[in-house]
Write a protein of this length. Structure first.
Length: 328
């Protein structure tokens, strides 16, 4: 089966590509390489350097390739940036996603998996958060993902497109060869590890007055390999389950504060990590912890790295061995 992966040169997409190939799928990667790294793409995947804004080239590529499924990772993905530059998300993330969907249904693609986000749960009534929680986007980033989820709902009705929506909590960790290298980096774990490596002088904690156990934000960190595995299970489930669309939250069910992440990294790296308190970041939700009972129960998903220690340890291993990331 040929699977097309958009954003297959990015952090999560590249790991999904590797896992798909290991599981026996043929993979084509579609990436404009603006945020991703060519070196992260598995050598057995065919890469198409293409921008989702380019409708004509996109349609031509899809009708030529005729993939049997699309996994859509390509996206700007920063909550904070979306509060500063909302149109990058409300306009570009949405229109590029719609270009892809239009090209997909025109080319007769029947299976689609969307990378969605925990940022849809801005005001959770219950922690851990399950899929019945009200969808209230917490930022333009979340709003754009919500719109694409709705587009899938309608394309299922109009074109019979089978789809799965995977709402990630905080992706983290690395494989032995693939890790997190954003330019600039904004995510907590890689930034903390850069302090441990001496590449940064300190980590700024964005706010310590949240209603949490130590005043800093609580997040549920999930290993990137476990996320990738969930995509493979969801892809298989599109052919066996009868619901019009599948919706799953993906996290480990344990929340850690920013301070706890820093303490864990201090223990694992053996380096002290200088920290300061800064202002809260616009768009941040106090606590996001997933219930992933639904995907465990329905698809048999089982994380290999269910605890923060092992997630940070894999990330540290990668950062130590790739101190300049992918090195461009
Ligand atoms: N944080 C800091 N200092 C930093 C960076 C982050 O204190 O320098 C804090 C943030 O305020 C937040 C936590 O660390 O509380 C995690 O922040 P990240 O930037 O690593 O991740 P986010 O929770 O903002 O967002 C990530 C993904 C989103 C996804 C979201 C879902 O980037 O795409 O998880 O929970 F939507």
């Amino acid at each position: 089966m040929l699977v097309l992966v958009t954003g297959g040169a990015g952090y999560i997409g590249s790991v999904a590509v590797a896992e798909l190939i290991t599981s026996g799928y043929d993979v084509a990667v579609l990436d404009n390489l603006s945020l991703g790294h060519r070196q992260a793409v598995h050598p057995q995947a065919k890469i198409f350097e293409l921008d989702l804004a380019d409708k004509a080239q996109l349609s031509e590529t899809l009708s030529k390739l005729r993939p049997e499924a699309i996994l859509h990772f390509a996206s700007r993905s920063q909550v904070g940036q979306s509060m500063q530059q909302p149109f990058l998300y409300l306009h570009h993330n949405v229109s590029e996603g719609l270009n892809l969907l239009e090209a997909a249904v025109t080319a007769g693609v029947h299976r689609f998996i969307l990378s969605s986000t925990a940022n849809l749960y801005d005001q959770p009534q219950k922690i851990p958060i399950d899929e019945t929680e009200a969808l209230i986007p917490g930022s333009p980033y979340g709003e754009a993902k919500h719109y694409l989820e709705r587009a899938l709902f309608w394309l299922n009705k109009t074109h019979g497109l089978k789809f799965a929506v995977l709402r990630y909590f905080n992706a983290a960790g690395a494989t032995t060869t693939l890790g997190e290298d954003h330019r600039p980096e904004t995510h907590l774990i890689p930034l903390v590890l850069q302090v441990a490596l001496g590449q940064r002088s300190k980590i700024t904690i964005f706010g310590d007055q949240y209603p949490t156990r130590d005043g800093t934000c609580v997040r549920d960190y999930i290993h990137v390999t476990d996320l990738a595995q969930a995509h493979i299970l969801a892809l298989q489930a599109l052919d066996t389950r009868t619901e019009p669309g599948l919706f799953y939250n993906l996290g480990n069910g344990s929340g850690y504060t920013v301070r706890e992440v820093i303490d864990t990294a201090t223990r694992i790296t053996g380096h002290s990590i200088a920290q300061e308190i800064g202002p809260a970041r616009a768009g941040d939700v106090a606590a996001l912890v997933a219930s992933s009972e639904k995907i465990r129960h329905e698809l048999g998903w089982q994380p290999r790295y269910p605890d923060l220690e092992s997630i940070v340890a894999t990330a540290w291993d990668w950062h130590r061995r790739h101190p300049r990331g992918y090195g461009e």
